[in-house]
Write a protein that binds this ligand. Structure first.
Ligand code: C5P
Length: 216
């Protein structure tokens, strides 16, 4: 039997959107595909998966409970509400910044141009990885890099305090595409996953988690 059976796993996926006014927002190009496929692969292994998702065009994967959010603050609150869990996987491309205030009315065009005050969003992965009570036993982050991928990902794992980090090179067509290549970086082991459909990368991660839980 899979060691994932009955494990409670929280996954974030997709972008967040950060409103400027009722019609405009800041966001990014994340499609949510990789996170949704990870949620699906874990559910197929018997895990109880809650997928906390920013806006995407994707259907909810089979056997997964999806909780829809828009902003980074809402995503963090939804993750905290979903704890305790056996594992947390941060796949979402969380917007690093949000407008300092949301205007209640649609902003007018200004003759002098416009500027936007931004404030930093909380780092959801680091917040959960560094929780004193009810920290999930296995906390996994992603490192999307365009250069010095492995060194930057190793440093990111330590800085955020997560157990594993999945490093991927996004300088090509990965964002929004159907394929990915990645490294799984842990404290004592590093494994390369060659370029493959995102579904295969998701299955590789589910298999690594299965092996991790069965060895405990
Ligand atoms: O620092 P960077 O954005 O490169 O880190 C990426 C990892 O951190 C991903 O796992 C992403 O889901 C997570 N993250 C987060 N909250 C943020 C920024 C990133 O959970 N505000």
């Amino acid at each position: 039997m899979s060691a994932l059976q009955g494990k409670s796993i929280v996954v974030t996926a997709g972008p967040t959107i950060e409103p400027i006014d009722p019609v405009r927002f800041l966001s990014n190009r994340s499609s949510g595909k990789q996170g949704y496929l990870i949620a699906e692969a874990l559910a197929a292994g018997g895990a109880n998966v809650r997928l906390i998702s920013g806006p995407t065009c994707l259907p909810c994967p089979n056997g997964v409970e999806r909780i829809d959010v828009e902003t980074a603050l809402d995503m963090l609150a939804a993750v905290e509400t979903a704890l305790p869990a056996d594992a947390f996987i941060a796949v979402a491309a969380v917007a690093d910044w949000r407008p300092a205030s949301k205007q209640a009315r649609k902003a007018e065009k200004a003759a002098q141009g416009a500027s936007l005050d931004l404030v930093e969003n909380p780092d959801i992965l680091a917040t959960i990885a560094q929780r004193e009570n009810d920290r999930p036993a296995l906390v996994i982050g992603f490192a999307a890099e365009t250069h010095d991928m492995l060194d930057r990902a190793r440093a990111k794992r330590l800085r955020k305090g997560c157990d594993w980090i999945i490093a991927n090179d996004v300088s090509g067509d990965v964002m929004g595409g159907d394929e990915n290549a990645a490294w799984l970086i842990g404290q004592t082991h590093e494994t390369e996953w060659k370029r493959a459909p995102k579904k295969t990368i998701a299955e590789n991660l589910a298999a690594a988690m299965d092996a991790h839980f069965s060895s405990r």
